[in-house]
Design a protein around this ligand. Structure first.
Ligand SMILES: Nc1nc2c(ncn2[C@@H]2O[C@H](COP(=O)(O)OP(=O)(O)OP(=O)(O)O)[C@@H](O)[C@H]2O)c(=O)[nH]1
Ligand SMILES: [Mg+2]
Length: 427
């Protein structure tokens, strides 16, 4: 199981503003209020699309902003809502709130949808605030801001086949010629330090996911050369594709290599020896390989089938890929979550219950008021209108913010800040 992971930013649309307007009709001198409501801001919705296998597309687009609602119009006409934004994700995507660590959704089924951020409600127009006492209010709300979130998307991909072997035997080269993956290839050891995944398609249209794993060396089972970390990846593949450099040019003996790697797998966890294995003799384009292969065949015996290939000249690949798919199809799934993985997985971080607001002092003595509710009310207030300002003051009073300020020592004329704005405290 490998994890594909991306961080993205999503913002739902803001609600449109409500407006202040009055009826102006022939022969009706003083019409009542007629300011319409703003439209709803659009949501950002994820939908599962089975056609996707990776989170690759998110590497190119990381910001998703949905449309805002239209402002209200005169004659009590409401603004149009923003158009919903649909974002396609592959099955198996886990959506995590990056800031709180909380898992918001596990999206698994084709067509399953999840609203990740909600659009803001439209602000109400002035006709909605009319009362017998104030039949023509000079007040309308601004739209509610759309939610925004930083998200981490995680996708667990099961590799059907894993390429295993000493460093530099050609594992990455092999993956690069049978899939669209572009792993780094070089003639020094440990070129690959993290698994690369590729989707392989055979000529008879069967496909599977193949992982190019970091090279193993003797002692890997006891941690040598990051061995533990590397071996753990192998546990999550269904079929082991054991790649051997048949040229012996690096001064190693192919048969010894073969035995050493199998011994490392066994020492690490006995059950890895039960995993189906396909043996690949690579670098057959090098002349020395032919003789070495003959010797190798003798040593491993007739029970072990060997697939001679050259990743560079692409010889022998067709038979190899067919053998791998056949093996995958006849092999069941192995348990996917081992204990270690469970432990690593933080599902819910502790969430503090927040006080409705908080008051602190700034360096210059000003009082800073913070809190989601009051900040939301602030954003929805049109401070150019007297009625709206009065409503906002009332809200501050109702929430107990005035009292709390007084308690902290605020007096007439002191500066109070909310978000980036400031005003005077007035008794
Ligand atoms: N002649 C020849 N060279 C090959 C063949 N396959 C790979 N090589 C070369 O072997 C070297 C190592 O190849 P990689 O694919 O990076 O080997 P790796 O097994 O992924 O190595 P690590 O990531 O370090 O474990 C490179 O210089 C490749 O060009 C082959 O079939 N024939
Ligand atoms: Mg490699």
């Amino acid at each position: 199981m490998f994890v594909d992971k991306v961080n993205i930013f999503v913002k739902a649309g803001d609600g449109g503003n409500g407006i202040v307007a009055y009826r102006r009709e022939k022969y009706i001198p003083d019409g009542g209020p007629a300011g319409g409501d703003g439209g709803r801001g659009a949501d950002v919705t994820f939908v599962v699309d089975e056609g996707l296998r990776t989170l690759m597309d998110f590497r190119y687009q990381r910001h998703f902003k949905a449309e805002r609602g239209e402002n209200g119009r005169p004659k009590n006409q409401h603004g149009r809502g923003g158009k919903e934004m649909i974002v396609r994700v592959p099955p198996g995507t886990t959506v995590i709130d990056e800031d709180t660590g909380k898992v918001l959704a596990d999206l698994t089924e084709e067509g399953q949808t999840h609203v990740v951020v909600k659009g803001g409600r439209g602000g109400r127009g002035n006709s909605r605030f009319a009362t017998p006492a104030n039949p023509a209010p000079e007040h309308a709300e601004n739209g509610q801001p759309g939610q925004e979130k930083n998200l981490t998307l995680e996708l667990k991909v099961l590799a059907d086949a894993g390429l295993v072997g000493f460093p530099s035997v050609g594992k990455s080269t092999l993956l690069s010629v049978v899939s669209a993956a572009k792993p780094k290839i070089a003639d020094y050891h440990f070129t690959t330090l993290a698994p690369n995944l590729g989707v392989v398609e055979t000529d008879d249209s069967r496909s599977f996911v193949m992982a190019d794993l970091p090279g193993l060396i003797e002692g890997a089972h006891s941690g040598v050369g990051l061995g533990h970390q590397f071996l753990r990846h192998i546990e999550r593949t269904r079929v082991i594709v054991h790649v051997i450099d048949m040229s012996g040019l690096e001064g190693r003996d192919p048969y010894e290599d073969y035995v050493t790697i199998n011994e490392e797998l066994k020492q690490y966890k006995m059950r890895l020896t039960e995993r189906p294995q396909i043996v690949v003799a690579n670098k057959m384009d090098i002349p020395e390989s032919v003789e070495n292969l003959a010797a190798f065949r003798e040593q491993v015996g007739e029970d072990v089938q060997i697939f001679p290939i050259s990743a560079v000249t692409k010889k022998g690949l067709r038979d190899l890929l067919h053998a791998i798919v056949d093996k995958i199809e006849t092999t069941g799934e192995f348990p996917l979550y081992d204990e270690e993985e469970q432990e690593q997985r933080v599902l819910y971080k502790y969430e503090k219950q927040e006080a409705p607001f908080k008051i602190t002092r700034d360096d210059d003595g000003a009082y800073i008021v913070e809190g989601a509710d009051i900040e939301m009310a602030f954003k929805m207030t049109d401070f150019n209108r007297y009625d709206s300002v009065r409503r906002f003051s009332r809200k501050m009073r109702q929430m107990g913010i005035d009292d709390a300020l007084r308690e902290k020592g605020a007096e007439n004329g002191d500066t109070v800040r909310i978000l980036r704005y400031e005003f005077e405290f007035v008794e």
